[in-house]
Design a protein around this ligand. Structure first.
Ligand code: GRF
Length: 215
């Protein structure tokens, strides 16, 4: 049985598209049943519609409290029989109650190697810190921002002369490969939340190293 997945977006939705693309494969263990946006003008909604996906826009500005907005989102999730939620550029902090209820069933992608560079502008933070390697992380969403159990990461070299924009572009390419893989791990049961950490059924590429600059 393919897991029923909803994707939460706020913007252009390129990660949403990568997930939707992957889910077209008949042997992919998840199907995208809805794309929800808190911004009615999010360009990602049009992209989702062009793929024939169901879209729902729930403007957070129409709700007096975080809890009321989360309840509106949850009503859609329950109505669609959603089993897993994937945040993809979703720019809303959720209530503790919602995040706790969906713990282990809600994923997010962040463009840094967590726990480094949480929050806004992680690529700029990485350049300011002078790291030679950054990347992206898919993690389970917990009530604390960008702090939930890590599912999968991809490392990306920082190049001489990088700007936040050039680094973001390089990381985004990795995101589009990592997120479908991470969702597959969770949907298939190969990655499971156990005692606050994610246990993997099997480890891949354990002997690979990324050097930056190249050794
Ligand atoms: C991505 O870099 C993602 O990691 C971050 O926000 C950006 C969203 O991009 N959370 P897109 O909307 O998926 O194109």
């Amino acid at each position: 049985m393919r897991k029923r997945v909803a994707i939460l977006i706020s913007g252009r939705g390129s990660n949403m598209m990568a997930l939707a693309e992957a889910a077209r494969a008949p042997d992919y263990p998840a199907q995208i049943v809805a794309v929800l946006s808190n911004r009615p003008a999010a360009p990602g909604l049009d992209h989702a519609r062009s793929l024939g996906l169901k879209t729902v826009s729930i403007d957070h500005k129409a709700y007096a409290t975080r809890e009321a907005f989360d309840a509106a989102i949850e009503a859609v999730l329950l109505g669609e029989g959603v089993e897993l939620v994937a945040q993809a550029g979703f720019m809303r902090i959720q209530s503790v109650a919602f995040a706790t209820r969906w713990l282990g069933r809600q994923l997010n992608i962040h463009p840094s190697l967590l726990p480094s560079f949480k929050g806004l502008h992680p690529q700029k933070q990485a350049l300011e810190a002078g790291v030679r390697i950054s990347g992206c992380t898919v993690h389970f969403v917990s009530p604390e921002l960008d702090s939930g159990p890590i599912i999968a990461q991809a490392a990306v070299p920082v190049h001489v002369g990088d700007t936040p924009e050039t680094l973001a572009e390089r990381i985004l390419e990795a995101e589009h490969r990592l997120y479908p893989f991470a969702l597959q791990l969770v949907a298939s049961g190969a990655a499971r939340l156990e005692g606050g950490r994610v246990e993997l059924q099997s480890m891949l590429n354990q002997r690979d190293f990324l050097f930056s600059p190249k050794a």
